[in-house]
Ligand binder design. Structure first.
Ligand code: NAP
Length: 249
């Protein structure tokens, strides 16, 4: 295994399970120091053991992404310890209620928008200067094809709305950093992945028919490498194609 990310600092949200955990471990295998954020401390400690086992180190951040002030404090702490952030993987997300828009309770709406949208804006606010301080800042946001095809996704309107907003945030940040920094900002639609969220959406599905998180993690980590050159684009895992925003069907 190459250690191409040795001495690089990577923040992964939603690192306690699913896609985020697999990405955190893959980054560590490539030598990165992983700042692993999620609410479930025990799961983060298990990840820490696995990261040590592959010869890297982690900093655990047991934190609710809705605690926006904590995200500000995290930016300050990363500045004081490293003076830069090389990699940001905005992965954490909530599916929210699968129900008609009119049946969604306002607190459910607010929670999904807080985690899927506002937290990513707050991370950008906290880490923009630190990403620009890196010689090759790389951000990858985990979105969903649902954001692009809300007309085909009845009952997932809250989730689709949040992912469309996330796409807009990423597209904006990509444009803002394109000519003034070495930062590249990508979005990935991971396709169907065998996680707790997938089981929540499709409780009757045989999990063995769905791709494991480990299959998508290397595609995300490839976008975290200093030699990655694209910015402001969506990578669609089901088709393995790169699209401009609003591109994939
Ligand atoms: P998952 O297994 O449910 O994992 C979600 C992660 O987000 C967990 O680590 C969870 O950690 C974290 N999280 C949730 N709320 C949080 C909060 N308030 N504060 C901090 N962390 C929080 O889901 P997944 O399938 O891996 O999803 C990862 C990303 O992929 C999501 O953005 C999702 O929309 C996207 N995606 C997934 C699929 C799929 O088929 N699985 C398809 C398309 C897109 P804690 O509970 O420990 O806080």
């Amino acid at each position: 295994m190459s250690r191409a990310l040795e001495n690089r600092i990577a923040l992964v949200t939603g690192a306690s399970r699913g896609i985020g955990r697999a990405v955190a471990l893959e980054l560590a295998r490539n030598g990165a120091h992983v700042i692993a954020l999620a609410r479930t401390q025990g799961a983060l400690e298990e990840l820490d053991d696995d990261i040590r086992a592959v010869g890297s180190a982690a900093t655990l951040v047991p934190c609710d992404l809705k605690d926006f002030v904590a995200l500000d404090r995290l930016g300050q702490a990363v500045y004081e310890r490293w003076g830069k952030l090389d990699i940001l993987v905005g992965n954490a997300g909530l599916l929210g209620p699968v129900s008609p828009l009119a049946h969604i309770d306002p607190p459910q709406w607010d929670e999904v928008m807080a985690v899927n949208v506002t937290a990513n804006y707050r991370l950008i606010r906290s880490f923009d200067a630190l990403m620009r301080a890196s010689d090759a800042g790389r951000a990858v946001f985990i979105s969903s094809g649902a954001g692009n095809k809300a007309n085909l996704s009845p009952y997932k309107g809250l989730y689709a709305t949040s992912k469309a907003a996330l796409d807009a945030i990423a597209r904006t940040w990509a444009a803002e950093t394109q000519t003034t920094s070495n930062v590249k900002v990508m979005v990935i639609n991971p396709g169907y992945v065998r996680t707790k969220m997938r089981a929540q959406l499709m409780p009757g599905e045989d999990p063995s028919t769905v791709a494991p998180p480990e299959s998508v993690a290397p595609k995300i980590v490839a976008m975290c490498m200093p030699e990655w050159t694209e910015t402001g684009r969506i990578f669609d895992v089901p088709s393995d194609a790169l699209h401009n925003f609003r591109g994939p069907a």
